[in-house]
Design a protein around this ligand. Structure first.
Ligand code: NAP
Ligand code: GLV
Length: 314
C-alpha cells in the first residue's frame, strides 16, 4: 500500500468490477485516487464515494466527504438509509446504461409480442404450431416511467413500430409515444396496455403503486415486464393473477426480496422469464467521464449534475 495525499474516491460495490472502474476513473479523473475502503490510510482525504449498497456505517469514516455518487440509476436503497450524510447525491446518468436497458426491454416486449412462450411450449412438445404473427403496430405497449432509462426504452419500442404509450408524473413529449401523466390517468392507461413495462423509481409514491386493484385494471391476457423495483408491485397479487391467467406472461428482473427464494412460485411458471436484476448496469468507460465532470464541479464550487432530489425520491 502506497501513501497518498491526493483527494480520494472510495469505491464500494459487491456487484461491480473495482478494477474496471479504477482504470476508467484513472483515465477520466487522473488527479483522484480511487481506492477500496480497506486500502485507505487516511480517511480524511476521502472526498467522494462511488457506491452501490455499502454496509451500514460506511460513510461515518469519511469526515471530508463532499459528494456521494450512486453506482446505478435507482437511488432507493441509498435514500432509504438512516446513516446517509447530508451531502449532495448524484446518480449515474450513462447513455450506454440506457441503451442496455432499452435492449432488455425490447427483448422482453418482442418475446411477448412474438408469442415466444407459445412457441417454446410447442417446441417442448415437438409440435409445429403455426400462429400468424401480428405487426408491431397492432400491440399497445404501456411504459410506466419516462425518465433517463424509461424514455430511451419507450423511444426504442416506438422505433420498432409498437403502439407505445407512456406515463410519467409530469408532462412529456417523446416522438412516437403518446404520453399522459398523473395518477388520475393511471387506471385508463393500465386498461389499454397489452404489454406493460414498469420503469418507475421506487419512492414513497410508487411503493405498492401496482396493487391488486390496479393490476386487475390490466386487460385479461396482458404481458407484464418489471425492470424497476420489486416492491412497486404487489408480488402476491401478481403471482395470483399469473396463476389465474389474467396476466398471461411476465418478464421479471426485479423482486420484492432479492435473491428470489427457491420456493417462490414464480420459478415454476413457464410463462415467466426470471433474470437476476441485471437488465442494465453502469458501465465504467461511459459513466466515468460524467463522474469526472462532477468531481471537477465540486472542486470548482459548481453545482453537480444528475443530482438526486431526496424529497422527490429520485
Ligand atoms: P429517472 O430518470 O429517475 O425517471 C423516473 C421516471 O419515473 C420519470 O419519468 C418520472 O416522472 C417517473 N415517475 C417517478 N415517480 C412517479 C410517480 N409517482 N408517478 C408517475 N411517474 C413517476 O429513472 P430512470 O433512470 O429512467 O430509471 C428508472 C428506474 O429503473 C430506476 O429508478 C431503477 O429503480 C430502475 N433500474 C433498474 C435496473 C435493472 O437492472 N433492473 C437498472 C437501472 C435502473 P417525471 O419525469 O415526470 O419526474
Ligand atoms: C439498478 O438497479 C440501478 O438502479 O442502477
Amino acid at each position: 500500500m502506497t501513501t497518498t495525499r491526493r483527494a480520494t474516491l472510495v469505491f464500494y460495490s459487491a456487484m461491480d468490477d473495482f478494477g474496471a472502474w479504477q482504470t476508467a476513473l484513472a483515465a477520466a479523473a487522473p488527479q483522484i485516487e480511487v481506492r477500496l475502503a480497506e486500502d485507505i490510510e487516511d480517511p480524511a482525504l476521502v472526498r467522494y464515494a462511488l457506491v452501490w449498497k455499502p454496509p451500514t456505517g460506511f460513510f461515518a469514516r469519511y469526515p471530508s466527504m463532499q459528494l456521494v455518487i450512486n453506482l446505478g440509476a435507482g437511488v432507493d436503497s441509498l435514500l432509504g438509509r438512516t446513516d446517509l450524510p447530508a451531502l449532495p447525491i448524484a446518480r449515474l446518468s450513462d447513455p450506454a446504461m440506457a441503451q442496455m436497458m432499452a435492449g432488455y426491454v425490447l427483448m422482453a416486449v418482442l418475446r411477448h409480442a412474438r408469442e415466444i412462450v407459445f412457441f417454446q411450449r410447442a417446441q417442448r412438445a415437438s409440435r409445429w404450431s403455426y400462429r400468424h404473427p401480428k405487426s408491431a403496430d397492432q400491440t399497445r405497449v404501456g411504459v410506466l416511467g419516462l425518465g433517463e432509462l424509461g424514455g430511451v426504452a419507450a423511444l426504442e419500442l416506438a422505433r420498432q413500430g409498437f403502439d407505445v404509450r407512456g406515463w410519467a408524473r409530469t408532462p412529456k413529449t417523446l416522438e412516437g409515444v403518446a404520453c399522459v401523466h398523473g395518477l388520475d390517468t393511471l387506471d385508463a392507461f393500465l386498461a389499454e396496455s397489452q404489454i406493460l413495462v414498469v420503469m418507475l423509481p421506487l419512492t414513497p409514491e410508487t411503493t405498492g403503486l401496482l396493487d391488486r386493484k390496479r393490476l386487475q385494471q390490466l386487460p385479461r391476457g396482458v404481458c407484464f415486464v418489471n425492470v424497476s423495483r420489486g416492491t412497486v408491485v404487489d408480488e402476491a397479487a401478481l403471482i395470483e393473477l399469473l396463476q389465474s391467467g389474467h396476466i398471461a406472461e411476465a418478464t421479471l428482473d426485479v423482486f420484492a426480496h432479492e435473491p428470489l427464494v427457491a420456493d417462490n412460485p414464480l420459478w415454476a411458471m413457464d410463462q415467466v422469464l426470471i433474470t437476476p436484476h441485471l437488465a442494465s448496469v453502469g458501465l465504467p468507460a461511459t459513466a466515468a467521464p460524467q463522474i469526472a465532470e462532477n468531481i471537477r464541479r465540486v472542486e470548482s464550487g459548481e453545482t453537480v449534475l444528475h443530482r438526486v432530489d431526496p424529497a422527490r425520491g429520485y
